[in-house]
Design a protein around this ligand. Structure first.
Ligand code: DX5
Ligand code: ZN
Length: 214
């Protein structure tokens, strides 16, 4: 499967965002990861539909929108209308997971499910045929700059064996040039990176991540 980088805009310096997005585009980054946080499902708040609409105008990179919100079913339409290309929903965040995924597909967007570290791989088994992507959190959701949880590697392998080769398996949290290869070997092919990728020379960090999985 094609490998893809999805830099997390949550870690970007908003004062230099336009220039940073240009660097990501020049380096052929495949996706832009946008974290939506509501202050309930996770403590922090970040990026709503208006910000997604703004990002959509600023970049041609497809927007990979990670919803960390309660009752995602109430916000899917607004997030899709704002310009999300992929919308991922935490299995822990709703009792209506199946219908959320149907709704996203009906709106013509790609959909995915997200697993927090305490949720087993098997939680996706009844929706695996509906999704374009499974996102495995490799830190507890809600904060950037945390340490990668190495025991999530086993879950990556399990998820890959459930979904087969044609579904994207994304990892998010503490990913850097040092641990990306072990996630790739376990079966992940989409890599979110915030704190590592946006610190210092972004182009060099992107190159280092790509070289580690080449
Ligand atoms: C964490 C977010 C991540 C975060 C990744 O809850 O979902 O997308 O921005 O940042 P790093 O790579 O710094 O862990
Ligand atoms: Zn995220």
């Amino acid at each position: 499967m094609n490998t893809k980088l999805s830099p997390s805009v949550f870690a970007a310096n908003l004062a230099t965002l336009a220039d940073d997005l240009k660097i990501l585009e020049e380096n052929n980054v495949e996706l832009l990861h946008v974290d939506v946080m509501d202050g309930h499902f996770v403590e922090r708040m970040a990026f709503g539909a208006d910000h997604i609409a703004m990002l959509k105008k600023m970049t041609s990179m497809p927007l990979d929108v990670h919803l960390m919100i309660e009752r995602p079913e109430n916000h899917i339409e607004a997030i899709a209308a704002a310009g999300a290309d992929i919308i991922t929903i935490h299995v822990e965040s709703t009792t209506r997971l199946y219908s959320c995924l149907q709704k996203i597909r009906k709106l013509g967007k790609k959909c995915g499910v997200v697993l927090s570290p305490g949720t087993p791989a098997e939680a996706i088994s009844c929706v695996a045929h509906l999704v374009d992507m499974v996102l495995i959190m490799t830190v507890n959701p809600g904060e950037g700059g945390q340490h990668f949880l190495p025991d999530m590697t086993d879950k990556i392998m399990k998820v890959r064996s459930i979904v087969g080769p044609s579904v994207d398996v994304e990892v998010d949290g503490g990913i850097d040039a040092g641990n990306i290869a072990q996630c790739h070997r376990a079966g992940a092919n989409v890599f979110v990176s915030g704190g590592y990728l946006f610190k210092g020379d972004k182009a060099a960090n992107i190159r280092a991540m790509r070289e580690a999985i080449a």
